[in-house]
Design a protein. Structure first.
Ligand code: AMP
Ligand code: GLY
Length: 424
């Protein structure tokens, strides 16, 4: 362990933050990573990672971190990056104004249209009556419809359907039913895109970006993409896809165009830009923007990155990536499988179950913890997505085999996971 080095503060508590802490802890530049609030699984194998509680303003005053990394979108949408930068800290994350790319689907859609960024056709409805009227004229059975609530909804504010009754019920759920978890004053009705989805990342300094890799995730809860959407049940690196032409298009027509457009608005984008894309051959369209790394994409991506990411994060946070190149990505692939609590993604979950882990003898796998707490010296599950296992391998089949071998060493009552992660 180095005696000098920098203190890093990481905000967040999930599997994405565990992977970030694990990767940053490998940097010789870092002495200690404090995670606010983190989860107890993060500190198991690494003495350089500590979890802390308390108010962020008090914590930064005391720790004086050399770098602050914000994991999730919510604190960014609430302006935490603006506040910490004003206080003189070096922060990797999006400003409140720039996080509208994720926090408002309507802002994001208008921004894409104004800047010629390819995306699905959409109409905005400001009232329930307008939305019902628009849905009635839509060829739902023929072409499908996507209904999106405006505002952050933790992945639950989007319904894709070819059933007119479900479309009308969704509008009622989002806009009228006060007991429904998603509440929207405005909705976006969108053309249903076809193709394969990929999450592409760019590390941005406000003006420039470096490509930061891409990963596929599995959003539906059950095998074969059945059942409701979740935050993500697993992820994998599609080594031989998208095509080089599609990747060039993504850099030029999506990432560059977004940075230019955000600059022109006076709201430069600094941090990690996440483009959720639908790719159909060389045709690429943006489904959504996020202002952070993906969860669980990060847990598959970071174990494949061979470069030290801390100097890259620092350069981006300091606003100057001009001397940095894209990180080196391994020529292996990786698969990450999530274990979830019984009931997830519903609201009635079976929590508080003891988690048993058999010591891992396979040094090609890594467990990343998310919804866990400590009780009487054991981990118990405390959230929907509990943990996940990442394995690297020369092929997807090899990586899958190791990841599932890792899963078979872990047990808790009610655990469920998909059996087809990385099966494409
Ligand atoms: P979002 O929260 O916007 O990422 O939407 C969640 C999921 O809904 C996406 O990952 C897609 O699987 C699906 N989705 C969203 N918009 C569209 C669209 N226009 N066409 C097809 N699928 C979509
Ligand atoms: N896995 C998708 C997301 O992080 O939004």
């Amino acid at each position: 362990m180095s005696s000098g080095g920098m203190t890093v503060l990481l905000l967040g508590s999930g599997g994405r933050e565990h992977a970030l802490a694990w990767k940053m802890a490998q940097s010789p530049l870092v002495a200690k990573i404090h995670v606010l609030p983190g989860n107890p699984g993060m500190t198991t194998n690494d003495g350089r990672i500590v979890c802390i509680e308390g108010k962020i303003d008090d914590i930064v005053r005391e720790l004086k971190p050399g770098l602050i990394v914000v994991g999730p979108e919510k604190p960014m949408a609430e302006g935490v990056v603006d506040r910490l930068e004003t206080a003189g800290f070096t922060v990797l994350g999006a400003s409140k104004a720039a996080s509208q790319l994720e926090s408002s689907k309507i802002f994001s859609k208008e921004f894409m249209l104004e800047n010629g960024i390819p995306t699905a056709h959409a109409v905005t409805c400001d009232s329930y009556d307008d939305a019902v009227a628009a849905v009635k004229t839509w060829d739902i059975e023929g072409k499908g419809i996507v209904i999106k609530a405006d505002g952050l909804a933790a992945g639950k504010g989007v319904v894709v359907t070819q059933d007119p009754t479900e479309a009308e019920k969704t509008l009622h759920d989002f806009m009228i039913d006060t007991r429904h978890p998603v509440k929207a004053k405005r909705v976006l009705l969108e053309e249903m895109l076809l193709g394969r989805e990929v999450s592409a990342f760019a590390l941005c300094d406000g003006e420039r970006f470096i490509p930061f890799g891409y990963i596929c995730d599995h959003k539906r809860v059950f095998d074969g993409n059945q059942g409701p959407n979740t935050g993500g049940m697993g992820a994998f690196f599609p080594k031989d896809w998208p095509s080089d032409a599609a990747l060039t298009f993504i850099n030029e027509k999506i990432f560059s165009a977004t940075l230019r457009g955000m600059n022109a608005r006076g709201t430069p984008f600094k941090g990690i830009l996440f483009a959720g894309l639908m790719v159909d051959g060389d045709d690429v369209k943006v489904i959504e923007f996020n202002v952070r790394l993906g969860d669980p994409e990060t847990q598959a991506l970071l174990p494949l990155i061979e470069t030290d990411i801390v100097p890259l994060f620092l350069a981006a946070a300091q606003g100057d990536l001009s001397a940095c190149g894209a990180p080196q990505i391994s020529n292996e692939t990786a698969v990450h499988v999530v274990m979830a609590s019984a009931g997830y993604p519903g609201t009635e979950m079976r929590l508080g179950e003891k988690i048993t882990l058999t010591p891992n003898t396979n040094d090609n796998t890594q467990v990343f913890f998310a919804g866990v707490k400590e009780k009487d010296g054991n981990f118990i599950n405390s959230g929907g997505r509990v943990l996940g296992v990442t394995a690297r391998g020369a092929t997807l089949a090899a990586a899958r085999e190791k990841a599932y071998a890792g899963i078979s060493n872990i047990f808790f009552n009610g655990a469920h996971w998909r059996r087809d992660i990385g099966g494409q």
